[in-house]
Design a protein around this ligand. Structure first.
Ligand code: S3P
Length: 426
C-alpha cells in the first residue's frame, strides 16, 4: 500500500467493535448458560481466532458476519479438543484462554503464529502454576506452544510485576474455578473489561485501588452484548484529524472506558481540539462520539499510570509527536518491546528512515517534533498498529510512503484503508 500527502480529511466514520471486549464476549458467552448474542463484534483475525478455539472446545458459535450467537454450556461445559488450539497472532486469546484451560479436567496444547511464539508467557505460567495448574512451554523458552494440564485450582492473591490486563484476566478467569476468592494487584490499573463483563454476566467482582478480586463458581448467565467502537482503532483517525490540514472528523460510538482513554487525555495535554458528544453511560461500557479538528500540538511527557491506558496507541502517539512543537518523552513503556513486534525498535527504525528526530530508550522514546517527514519504504513487521500508524504518517509526508505487509491490518481493522479513503479530500 502507498500513501501520499493529502489536502484534508472530512466526514463521519464508525470504527469496528472493540477487540478486547469482543474476545471477552466470546469467552464469557461460552462459560455462561444459554445463548449470548453479540452485536458489533470485531470480525478481525484475532477475535476469529478466539471463536475458533472455543469451537474446538465444543462450544457452538454462529457467526453470520454481523451478529454472533454463542450457545454457552456453563462453567463446566468445555470438552477436550481433538486438535491443537491456534491463537494466531493474538496475545489476548493465548493468555486469557490459558486461565480457563488451567482449570479444566483435560490437557490442551495451545500455539500461535511466529510472533506469538516469541511473546512472553511466563507471566501467566507463573501465577497459574501457583494456583495448581501444570503448564509447560513445550520449547522450554517461556513462550507458546504451551501444554496446559488443568487441575483443581487454589485461590491466590497475586501481585503482578506488570500492569497487564491479559495477566490480570488470565488469573481472574482461573479464579472462577478456584477454592476461594482470587485477587490480582497490579502496579497501575490496566483495562478493566474482564471485570466489567464478568459482573454483567452475573459474576461477583470487586475492585479497590489497583486490586481486582473475583469470587469462585458464579452462575454466569447468557446476555446480549453490544460492543462499542474500539478507541484503539479510533486513535488513527483522531491523529489524522488533528494533523492533516483543514480536517474535521466525527468518530461515532467509541468506547471511552477510563482505563482506555489515555489517548484523549494526551491529545488534550498536547493542545488538541477534541470534543466528546453523546456520552452514553447506559451500558457497562461508556461510549461517546469523538469530534476532532486540525490543531497545533505541543510536545509532552507521557509516563506512569497513564501508560497502560494508552499502551496500544503509543505508535500513533509517536507520529503525533513528530508533528508537535518541541520534545515529547515517553517513559515507563517497556511493555512495548513485547507486543506484536518490538514497538520501540520498529518505531525508531521506521521514523528515522523518514528523517524524524527520534531516539529509543529502555522504556520508551524521545521525539523532537517539527521536522518534516519524507516518505520511504516502511516494514510493518506484520504488526497491525505499525501499519496503521505509518499509513497516517504517509498522509503527512513528502513523496511516497510504501508500507510492506500492509494487509496485517486484518488483525484488528479489516476495512481500515477503505474507511480512511472515505474521508479523503484530494
Ligand atoms: C489487551 C491488553 C493489552 C493490550 C492488548 C489487548 C487485552 O495487553 O496491549 O492489545 O485485551 O487485555 P497487556 O495486557 O499485555 O498489556
Amino acid at each position: 500500500m502507498e500513501f501520499h500527502k493529502i489536502k484534508s480529511l472530512r466526514g463521519e466514520i464508525m470504527v469496528p467493535g472493540d477487540k478486547s471486549i469482543s474476545h471477552r464476549a466470546i469467552m464469557l458467552g461460552s462459560l455462561a448458560e444459554g445463548t449470548t448474542e453479540v452485536t458489533n463484534f470485531l470480525q478481525g483475525a484475532d477475535c476469529l481466532s478466539t471463536i475458533d478455539c472455543f469451537r474446538k472446545l465444543g462450544i457452538e458459535i454462529e457467526n453470520d458476519g454481523k451478529t454472533i450467537r454463542i450457545h454457552g454450556k456453563g462453567l463446566d461445559g468445555l470438552k477436550e479438543p481433538s486438535a491443537i488450539l491456534d491463537a494466531g497472532n493474538s496475545g489476548t486469546t493465548t493468555r486469557l484462554i490459558s486461565g480457563i484451560l488451567a482449570a479444566q479436567n483435560f490437557e490442551t496444547t495451545l500455539t500461535g503464529d511466529e510472533s506469538i511464539q516469541k511473546r512472553p508467557m511466563k507471566r501467566i505460567i507463573d501465577p497459574l502454576s501457583m494456583m495448581g495448574a501444570d503448564i509447560q512451554s513445550i520449547k522450554g523458552n517461556g513462550c507458546a506452544p504451551l501444554k496446559i494440564k488443568g487441575a483443581p485450582l487454589h485461590a491466590i492473591d497475586y501481585v503482578s510485576p506488570v500492569a497487564s490486563a491479559q495477566v490480570k484476566s488470565a488469573v481472574l478467569l482461573a479464579g472462577l474455578y478456584a477454592d476461594g476468592k482470587t485477587s490480582v494487584t497490579e502496579p497501575y490499573v490496566s483495562r478493566n473489561h474482564t471485570e466489567l463483563m464478568l459482573k454483567f454476566f452475573g459474576g461477583e467482582v470487586s475492585t479497590e485501588g489497583t486490586t481486582a478480586t473475583v469470587s469462585p463458581r458464579p452462575k454466569l448467565e447468557a446476555r446480549k452484548v453490544i460492543v462499542p467502537g474500539d478507541i484503539s482503532s479510533a486513535a488513527y483517525f483522531i491523529a489524522a484529524g488533528l494533523l492533516v490540514p483543514d480536517s474535521e472528523i466525527l468518530i461515532k460510538n467509541v468506547g471511552i472506558n477510563p482505563t482506555r482513554d489515555g489517548i484523549i487525555k494526551v491529545c488534550r495535554q498536547m493542545g488538541a481540539n477534541i470534543s466528546l458528544e453523546n456520552i452514553d453511560h447506559s451500558g457497562s461500557e461508556v461510549t461517546a462520539d469523538i469530534l476532532v479538528r486540525t490543531s497545533e500540538l505541543e510536545g509532552t511527557v507521557i509516563e506512569g499510570e497513564i501508560i497502560p491506558t494508552l499502551i496500544d496507541e503509543i505508535p500513533i502517539i509517536a507520529i503525533l509527536a513528530c508533528f508537535a512543537n518541541g520534545r515529547t518523552v515517553i517513559r515507563d513503556a517497556a511493555e512495548l518491546k513485547v507486543k506484536e513486534s518490538n514497538r520501540i525498535d520498529v518505531m525508531v527504525k521506521n521514523l528515522s528512515l523518514m528523517n524524524a528526530k527520534i531516539a529509543g530508550t529502555d522504556d520508551g522514546m524521545i521525539i523532537d517534533g517539527g521536522h518534516p517527514l519524507t516518505g520511504t519504504v516502511i516494514d510493518s513487521n506484520l504488526d497491525h498498529r505499525i501499519a496503521m500508524s505509518f499509513a497516517i504518517a504517509g498522509l503527512l509526508s513528502e513523496g511516497t510512503t510504501k508500507i510492506t505487509g500492509s494487509e496485517c491490518v486484518n488483525i484488528s481493522y479489516p476495512d481500515f484503508y477503505k474507511d480512511l479513503d472515505s474521508l479523503m479530500c484530494r
